[in-house]
Ligand binder design. Structure first.
Ligand code: G4P
Length: 283
């Protein structure tokens, strides 16, 4: 199995998004950076850190229901030590959304006070940014004030849309952006495991192979509990993948194991949290 192929995915529209974000930043009071709680380091976009360096920032660790709770708590703490407010949420169930509103009040306290002194009740404007599939739309839906009317605002394009949200907020949605060159192969793979990189540009078997390799090292018990096969019995992740395929009866004609179908099944189960609450980044 090849280990040399570099995962690269930076379609032209993402370069355009980066430019649009740069142009839109002066229009917002703060940036709300959504991270996948399973990979808070690997999914941070260095472009965004650079572009929004001078803006107040809130980090949302989304999909916290899929991540290892102890590791997520360590990340929240670590961001706090860096002076960054981070909140763990589950955008699907809206868990943690109230803490997000509290974080906005804290991060934008000065702006809120200025508005109060001026006697104005202006909405606070936040840019919502994050890599593809991290849950931006789900989050916006969770906080949207469906009754409020979104007036025309500068910076509105088909790509950058404003949404009225509860807590007197206006949110600017941005399309997901990945960065031109992933730092290293491990970062790229973690983005692939979690579905941030489209499967169509990947070799599914290769991704499943590396996911199994990673899980054998970090969460062998979860693998055992899910597939009832001891991962430690296999020297090679590929042999373990085949054992799972065999056990699930995923065979092609001639009795060979359908490793592509097995790989897809394992990736789906990982992404759906069926293998357990798993964090792939460590502080
Ligand atoms: P994006 O705008 O950043 O691209 O992401 P989007 O909101 O479309 O979410 C991508 C997928 O992640 C969706 O699943 C969504 O339901 C799921 N998701 C978002 N937030 C959470 C969360 O906190 N926890 C969990 N477990 N999942 C979350 P999908 O399979 O594409 O759609 P659906 O079948 O759930 O509707």
């Amino acid at each position: 199995m090849s280990t040399e192929k570099q995962i690269q995915w930076y379609p032209g529209h993402m370069a355009k998004t980066k430019r649009l974000m740069k142009e839109s930043l002066p229009l917002v009071d703060a940036v709300c950076e959504i991270l996948d709680a399973r990979i808070p380091i690997s999914c941070r976009n260095p472009d965004l850190s650079e572009l929004a360096a001078n803006k107040p920032r809130i980090i949302l660790l989304n999909k916290s229901d899929l991540a290892d709770p102890a590791v997520t708590a360590q990340f929240v703490d670590s961001f706090k030590k860096q002076g960054i407010t981070a909140v763990e949420i589950n955008a699907k169930t809206k868990a943690g959304i109230n803490r997000f509103f509290e974080a906005v009040d804290k991060v934008l306290a000065q702006k809120i006070e200025q508005n109060r002194k001026k006697g104005v009740n202006k909405s606070l404007k936040l840019m919502v940014a994050g890599i593809p599939n991290v849950g931006k739309s789900t989050f916006i839906n969770a906080v949207a004030d469906k009754k409020a009317k979104v007036e025309d605002r500068p910076g509105v394009t088909r790509e950058n849309r404003w949404f009225a949200a509860k807590h007197n907020l206006m949110l600017m949605d941005t399309p997901g952006v990945l960065w031109p060159k992933f730092d290293d192969e491990s970062t790229a793979r973690k983005l692939a495991f979690t579905g941030a990189v489209k499967d169509t540009v990947l070799d599914t078997e290769e991704i499943a192979y590396y996911l199994i390799k990673e899980l054998i090292q970090t969460y062998p018990q979860n693998l055992f509990e899910r597939y009832k096969i001891n991962p430690q019995d296999y020297a090679e992740p590929y042999d373990y993948l085949c054992a799972i395929g065999k056990k699930r009866g995923m065979l092609v004609s001639g009795g060979e194991i359908d490793t592509v179908r097995t790989s897809n099944m394992i990736l789906d189960e990982f992404r759906g949290g069926v293998i357990g609450r798993i964090s792939l980044d460590r502080i």
